[in-house]
Design a protein around this ligand. Structure first.
Ligand code: MN
Ligand code: MN
Length: 455
């Protein structure tokens, strides 16, 4: 069903299904504040549905459910099909990293009676959106003895939160003359973490007190920040948004909304002819680079393992598996915002409550960096949606020349498979509080299930 409102003439029972499904999504988003937490939560959901880590298999056969984890930040899950793997897979891909502030390697300092943590922002953020809101700390501190300490401060209602200050309006005459890009600068995004001085300490006593607290509670010394990965993210749970509860407000919909819907579609799908896959990657917001990003060999390595465990050791089988595969590369679409209509081409925009969004191409300035899906393939996906009564729409990211953005689609496209950009429309993309429509979240899940069963 093309570009129609999901709530109009809705089938009996679907309203309840939409609201029920979103309770699960809100729980996932509330816990999944970092890529590591999303992987841990995905494993929990998958194991409850009978998925097992690859090392538990010596042989794979149709119907087996297997997953691979890469460095705790990237996961690939498969349901083995009846056809050989070399005939191709049905792949759902999304990213689980989100824009945020990362703690620097030498972060802790004292200034004028406060202890602060220096940060470097990750991904595209409007820096001014990160001040004067409650923030939480999540991550790991890895110690030289090989142990790792999990950090999770600011989510429990009894936890303290941290935050970044902004200038009071009364003294902002100069600041308010600056452009929005400069009003809060990157080096000013420092997180306040304390103000009590350690007794009998002369120099940097507040910093010393914070270090004592870290040592007592977590067994961490200052130099352990050298091998730590701590992310500063908006504190608090995902919540219903709107008086009619039709939307979800939360941090990290980009792209955990596509990750959760893709993941649960795979978990809930029966084994089919083609081996079905869901891959959740890290590092999309900074170019999909590195071992845990979409450009990593990890994905191909996992398919090579599937082939080996199915008794197929022919090198060409891996190449054929790639070439014969179909993928929906999912990432959020910019939802049409009634307060900012001027940046969109109304006929080629994504609208909340109209279902999953397909983007033939993304990119910027002349489609640069785009996968640009083949129309032959788009026709097959359209047919699969219509056969299953799934609401879908098409869009591009804003007006030509207004900006743009990339996704992981071209990376998998480079392996010579069919890839189409898909996703769920979001308002306030990359803000500490993003918005999606519950009906779209559920429709995304239905779309992914229909895709996995596509002939
Ligand atoms: Mn994204
Ligand atoms: Mn993004």
């Amino acid at each position: 069903m093309y570009a129609t409102n999901i709530w109009k003439e809705i089938a009996p029972g679907k309203r309840e299904a939409i609201f029920d499904y979103n309770e699960g999504y809100k729980a996932f988003l509330s816990v999944g504040k970092t890529e590591r937490r999303c992987v841990a939560e995905s494993i929990k959901l998958a194991e409850a549905k009978g998925f097992r880590l690859v090392s538990e298999f010596t042989r794979l056969k149709a119907g087996d459910k297997v997953y691979f984890v890469n460095r705790g930040k990237n996961i690939a899950l498969y349901v083995m099909g009846t056809k050989p793997v070399c005939e191709g897979l049905r792949i759902l891909g999304a990213h689980i990293d989100s824009p945020r502030l990362d703690i620097k390697q030498n972060p802790l300092y004292e200034s004028n009676g406060f202890a602060l943590l220096d940060t470097h922002y990750y991904g595209g953020v409007k820096k001014y959106q990160y001040v004067t809101i409650p923030l939480a700390l999540h991550g790991v501190v890895c110690k030289k003895d090989g142990s790792a300490v999990d950090i999770n401060i600011g989510e429990d209602e009894n936890d303290p939160v941290v935050g970044i200050s902004d200038l009071l309006i009364h003294l902002s005459a100069d600041q308010l003359q600056k452009t929005a890009a400069k009003v809060i600068e990157g080096e000013k995004l420092d997180v306040t973490v304390g103000s009590i001085p350690l007794d009998k300490e002369e120099k940097d006593a507040v910093k010393a007190n914070v270090l004592k607290l870290l040592a007592d509670k977590y067994g961490i010394a200052e130099e352990d920040f050298l091998s730590a990965e701590i992310e500063v993210v908006p504190a608090g749970k995902a919540r219903d948004y709107g008086l009619d509860r039709s939307m979800v407000a939360g941090y990290g919909h980009d792209d955990r909304v596509c990750a959760y819907t893709s993941l649960t579609a795979l978990l809930d799908s029966p084994a089919g002819e083609y081996t079905a896959c869901c891959i959740l990657v890290d590092k999309e917001e900074i170019g999909s680079v590195g071992a845990t990003g979409a450009q990593s060999a990890f994905f191909e390595n996992t398919v090579a393992e599937l082939l080996r465990l199915s008794g197929d050791n022919d090198y060409i089988s891996l190449r054929r598996a790639m070439q014969n595969s179909c993928m929906l590369s999912s990432d959020v679409s910019a939802g049409f915002d009634p307060l900012f209509p001027e940046v969109n081409d109304a006929n080629n925009s994504a609208y909340l409550n109209k279902g999953i969004v397909f983007n033939k191409y993304t990119g910027a300035r002349g489609k640069s960096g785009s996968n640009d899906a083949n129309p032959e393939y788009i026709a097959r996906v359209r047919a699969a949606m219509d056969e299953n009564g799934v609401h879908f729409q098409t869009a591009e990211l804003g007006k030509v020349d207004q900006g743009g953005g990339g996704t992981i689609a071209y990376i998998l496209g480079n392996l010579n498979m069919n890839v189409l950009d898909a996703g769920i429309a979001v308002l306030n993309m990359h803000a500490p509080m993003e918005i999606v429509a519950k009906a779209d979240v559920y429709e995304g899940y239905l779309a992914y299930k229909a895709f996995l069963a596509m002939k």
